[in-house]
Design a protein around this ligand. Structure first.
Ligand SMILES: Nc1ncnc2c1ncn2[C@@H]1O[C@H](COP(=O)(O)OP(=O)(O)OP(=O)(O)O)[C@@H](O)[C@H]1O
Ligand SMILES: [Mg+2]
Length: 335
């Protein structure tokens, strides 16, 4: 086993709404990522993927609140750190985050090089403009981005170029963990491919040491990440290698989710993950027992009883279901 870059233990975070209601969006998530590896996270809209990404940075602002659990980056536990310390010591160099729709958040009237100066100055206030420019130019060249972009304003760049620029800015300090939330979703197919290629290069060239990739597009996840985790209603329901998760999903929810990838039909690439009938539970009042039971065609009354913990099986695989792996495989084989 390689060196662990990110270890998360039983992380629980919640939103507190204006009406003082709690939304348990990340409810007991544990995961590990080794150096040089990438982890994909899949799941329907609203299952908590973006909240997990935000929570992993240890940077909490209302309405999001930390409840319990550990976030350990390369041996350092950042949970409970003050937001100021997280901002100056962790964000950018230990863990970098590319938020959903990041490219639209770039201030259009600011030159790209200024964003890079901001990122670097947050950690090294003494860095000179020349040093920053030289570093940025070199990094852009290695990543196949024209260095002229550094002197442009965000508004002058195409969507694909803007997104690749955002990724280059976010990773300029060579973070140990990069979390990319739907980094290619809003782009055309050609730009998507370039973004994916760039993410791979960041890892191969050692500019990032591990990666979490969040996307709705399962075919894409399969091609980019080593492992895949499926999230449902604030919890992880299964983890395995990308290959195992696609060709041998065990949890009934993963099975439903992955169904679409095995026989990709023309035009299904951008399809949102809505193939499973029903809707996820309300995270203000998550149900007792299995959270997927209401939508699971194999569920019985017992499934709605006791809480189900993640169970290990095979090498590094785990799932959250009352049934045994053998039973589920048999059921699937009979269909
Ligand atoms: N600011 C907020 N206040 C209260 N609840 C929120 C807030 N932001 C998100 N939520 C709720 O938290 C849950 C998880 O949302 P999140 O955005 O993490 O889902 P997601 O998996 O990233 O969805 P998508 O695929 O649409 O991006 C949802 O039930 C959502 O309604
Ligand atoms: Mg999201």
């Amino acid at each position: 086993m390689g060196k662990i870059m990110l270890e998360v233990k039983d992380l629980k975070t919640k939103y507190v709404t204006r009406f003082h209601e709690d939304v348990y969006a990340v409810d007991g998530v544990s995961l590990t990522i080794e150096e040089g590896k990438s982890l994909g996270i899949a799941g329907e809209s609203g299952c908590g993927k973006s909240t997990l990404a935000l929570s992993l940075m240890g940077y909490y602002f209302a309405p999001l609140h930390y409840m319990s659990g550990d976030i350990i980056i390369d041996g350092t536990n950042i949970s409970g750190m003050k937001p100021d310390d997280v901002r100056h010591k962790i964000l950018g160099n230990e863990i970098a985050y590319i938020p959903q729709a990041a490219m639209n958040a770039l201030n259009p009237t600011q030159k790209i090089i200024r964003f890079i100066e901001d990122v670097i100055h947050a950690h090294d206030p003494k860095a000179t403009k020349k040093d920053i420019y030289d570093l940025a130019k070199q990094r852009f060249e290695v990543l196949g981005l024209p260095p002229e972009v550094l002197q442009k304003h965000a508004v002058e760049l195409s969507g694909g170029m803007k997104q690749r620029t955002v990724i280059a800015i976010s990773t300029i300090l060579s973070p140990k963990v990069l979390i990319a939330d739907e980094p290619s979703s809003a782009l055309d197919v050609t730009s998507q491919k370039m973004v994916i290629k760039m993410m791979r290069e960041l890892m191969e060239k050692g500019f990032i040491r591990s990666m979490i990739f969040i996307t709705h597009e399962l075919p894409l996840l399969y091609n980019v990440t080593d492992d895949i985790m499926v999230m449902y209603a604030g919890q992880i329901v299964e983890r395995g290698t990308a290959r195992e998760m696609v060709f041998d999903p065990i949890h009934p929810y993963s099975k439903g989710l992955m169904g679409s990838i095995i026989v990709p039909e023309a035009g299904t690439r951008d399809q949102k993950l809505t193939a499973i009938p029903g809707t996820p539970p309300n995270l203000k009042r998550p149900p007792a027992g299995c959270r997927f039971a209401d939508r699971c065609k194999y569920a019985t009354a017992e499934c709605k009883g006791a809480t189900v913990a993640m169970k290990d099986f095979d090498n590094g695989r785990s799932y959250r279901c009352r049934y045994s792996v053998e039973h589920l495989r048999e059921v699937y084989a009979d269909e």
